[in-house]
Design a protein around this ligand. Sequence first.
Ligand SMILES: [Zn+2]
Length: 449
Amino acid sequence: VSSALAAGPSAATEAAAARLIAAALADTTGFRRLAYLTDTFGHRLSGSASLEATIDWALGEMRKDGLQKVRGEPVMVPHWVRGAESAALVAPRRAPLHMIGLGGTVGTPPGGITAPVLVVSSFDELQAKAAQARGKIVLFDAPFTTYDETVRYRVGGASAAAKVGAVAALIRSVTPFSMQTPHTGGMRYDSTVAVKVPGAALTVEDAELLHRMQDRGESIVVHLEMADTTLPDAPSRNTVAEIVGSERPDEVVVVSGHLDSWDVGTGAMDDAGGSVAAWQAVKLIQQLGLKPKRTIRVVLWTNEENGTRGGKAYRDAHRAELAKHVAALESDNGVFRPDGFRFQGTPEALEIVAGLGRMLDSIDAGKIVPGEGEADVDAMLEQGVPGLALDVEQTRYFWYHHTPADIVTVLNRDDFNRCVAALAVMAYGLAELPAPLPHAGPAPTGRRR
Ligand SMILES: [Zn+2]
């Protein structure tokens, strides 16, 4: 690290940062735009008309904002469609169950599946009870520990169940808190398992109900009906706009969120909030008349939720420019109160970013810690581009994640504005550095989600 970099941001950059923070905290337009987007277009699953209508609208608004090089960059995305779905307890008593199909699941045969249930708490317990699983519906009642650990049942539960002869898989929703709200999310079929069985989530309450019945020695029978299907890939777009750099236009700072969502609620938290915050950050830099030396490019990714095809298409389309990408920022943990950024990159780059973080100390949003970047930018990060993930207060995120409750009500303007401030100051600071951040060597980063 040269002494110029170690010295931290210049006085001019610090003055600009103070202006950006003040403007972001006083802003009313960004949060209003977030509410408008989610209230007007609803949820935005890949392949849906509502996602493409949202993208058309965002491109028009970005042009009205006066951003430069506004365009949709083409991406082919998976097109999974939820059909009519239901689950019901048939024995030991009749009652509807609160369920939701997992993204990517196959449907049941017409008329559904009626089968006895085997409840297990883990993959290990399923292995130990493999002989009892044939012909049954396996329910994984795995309590939430961390998202990364517990999400394994959502992603791989159906294939694990099929492998031991089960006819369907249910999981306990991946959440630490529930009010009978089932949580969807992506699943994957293991290519080494020939049979695909349907996968769905029950609420925490219903999973525990079935588990208690099994513990009492009661025979449980469930009827499951799902008409979910996968259609051919559909055209979509990454939504892109820029402030072209005044001195080094070919060097790029990406600020981003993902515009697609699951098909329940309105995806306000995941991730319309991050998308509009990234967009608003760039809009404020532009409105204040700041002229960043490097290009600041806002990207609203398509298809984070069930394919991350947007991030991969960007990497492929911009491969020749990645060496000149200074960093890729993303907000995808909900726009709750921010405390800083997780940084993925070299120790030297981390030190420089920590220096920029000090410009956010006045709003307690400048803590820089080593960690993983976000899913959409992962394809770039694998090529050595430094990644920054906005770190926010995490108590409530997984309460609402991928549920009908993910609507703008769970967010608030003050926290959102702080996220905008953090993204704006960090993006601007990176665009003004005397030299770009050093890159890491290309390496697979092996992400979740
Ligand atoms: Zn997300």
